[in-house]
Design a protein around this ligand. Structure first.
Ligand SMILES: *[C@@H]1O[C@H](CO)[C@@H](O)[C@H](O)[C@H]1NC(C)=O
Ligand SMILES: *[C@@H]1O[C@H](CO)[C@@H](O)[C@H](O)[C@H]1NC(C)=O
Ligand SMILES: *[C@@H]1O[C@H](CO)[C@@H](O)[C@H](O)[C@H]1NC(C)=O
Length: 367
């Protein structure tokens, strides 16, 4: 094989740990390449029943720069293995580990609240870390305030933090979020529950010393019932302070219908919107078309079919011409599909069906 070393290293960087480990033993050339940092840029480690993580990995884990840890939660032994892997990657790695994302698969045991993993991670980070990205979107348990505060304190270099999982309820209050911003001064990408935001959080985000905010991923669910809605004015101010900011909004079926319009404030620079409420969304589709025409690139809808919805979608297609993806999980008319294809030149993926089909609905790719 005569591929240049850099290209091989790039290819190796995508291999899961097991295969990287094997690549070491193939030949001397490959073994050399494996010592190159770029071979370790992204590494996936799976902790699942039946696949133990051999001790010989402990010498390799400190090389990993971005770790994606996938674990099956069903068996407590996997969680122990996962913590062992983390310890090798974090604690003995000369601060090499930059990104960590944790993703859980399998059934979550009854009453399991993830205390062992949250405490274990804090213990592992106890001497501080150079993590710049922490993605906990894939953990199916509620994170505690104290966990998030500890992580923020131990990882002051964080630039991206995601604590917005689908299946979680919001356990993080605004004071905790302010603490996070205080500890992590470079944070510019944040995935949280909208219920964790407050006027004070916005004021902190607008402080002159803060770096340009790039992205907010906001999950809007039932806990918004108990918070004061964020007014349009504060969004406008945030947008003026951070002109490059874009927002991803996801509204789920637990959000009471009457709170939906309060979430869709016109000054939010929404690039991606997922309206997964299963309610009628006629007014909302109209608001989206009027408010987010200049920014919207991805739209997903879970709603109920009707002739009025078809008309509203056709109007939206004419307004939101920057759309790249539209996914609508109810039946629409052929005119709707035509409207999006003719009005949105950047559209490259869509899910529209003109008659009921068994789920899952596959999307159509253009170009
Ligand atoms: C933290 O640092 C101390 C002293 O260097 C060391 O003994 C200890 O094992 C470290 N703890 C972790 C979790 O890395
Ligand atoms: C939340 O966690 C579950 C279980 O690990 C996962 O299936 C789901 O995709 C996660 N949600 C997000 C938004 O990643
Ligand atoms: C998780 O582990 C359980 C039992 O160990 C197994 O039955 C299940 O299929 C696994 N799930 C996944 C998604 O790997």
């Amino acid at each position: 094989m005569d591929l240049p070393e850099e290209i091989l290293a790039h290819i190796f960087s995508f291999l899961p740990l097991q295969d990287k480990c094997n690549a070491f033993t193939v030949c001397k050339d490959w073994s050399n390449i494996m010592t190159h940092p770029s071979s370790w840029k992204d590494t996936e480690v799976r902790c699942e029943t039946g696949t133990s993580v051999p001790d010989r990995y402990s010498a390799l884990l400190p090389l990993v720069r971005n770790l994606k840890l996938i674990m099956n939660l069903t068996d407590p032994a996997n969680r122990k293995t996962a913590l062992w892997v983390l310890r090798q990657a974090v604690a003995s790695g000369d601060g090499r580990l930059e990104g960590l994302s944790i993703c859980c698969v399998g059934n979550t045991p009854l009453f399991y609240a993830g205390q062992d993993l949250q405490q274990g991670l804090v213990d592992i980070l106890t001497n501080g870390s150079s993590l710049t990205m922490l993605d906990l979107k894939g953990v199916p348990f509620t994170l505690s305030d104290s966990f998030v505060r500890s992580v923020a304190m131990l990882c002051p270099a964080l630039r991206s933090l995601y604590i917005n999982n689908h299946s979680l309820v919001c356990g993080i209050n605004a004071e905790t979020l302010r603490q996070v911003l205080k500890c992590c001064r470079s944070l510019n990408v944040l995935g949280v529950f909208q219920a964790s935001l407050s006027q004070d959080v916005f004021k902190d985000l607008m402080l002159p010393e803060r770096p340009a905010l790039k992205k907010l991923e906001l999950r809007c669910e039932r806990s918004l019932k108990y918070t004061l809605p964020l007014c349009d004015q504060i969004w406008l101010e945030l947008k003026l302070r951070h002109p490059r900011l874009w927002v991803e909004l996801e509204l789920d079926h637990t959000l009471p219908e009457l709170h939906v319009p309060g979430v869709l404030q016109p000054s939010i620079p929404v690039r991606c919107l997922r309206l997964l409420t299963w309610t009628l969304l006629l007014n909302e589709v109209q608001i989206v078309g009027e408010s987010y025409a200049n920014t919207l690139e991805v739209l997903e809808l879970q709603t109920t079919a009707s002739p009025e919805l078809n008309s509203a979608l056709i109007a939206l297609a004419k307004q939101c011409v920057k759309l790249q993806e539209v996914h609508c999980y109810c039946v629409v008319s052929q005119e709707v599909i035509t409207a999006f294809i003719t009005n949105c030149p950047n559209l490259y993926r869509y899910t529209f069906k003109t008659h009921k089909e068994p789920h899952p609905w596959t999307c159509t790719k253009l170009k």
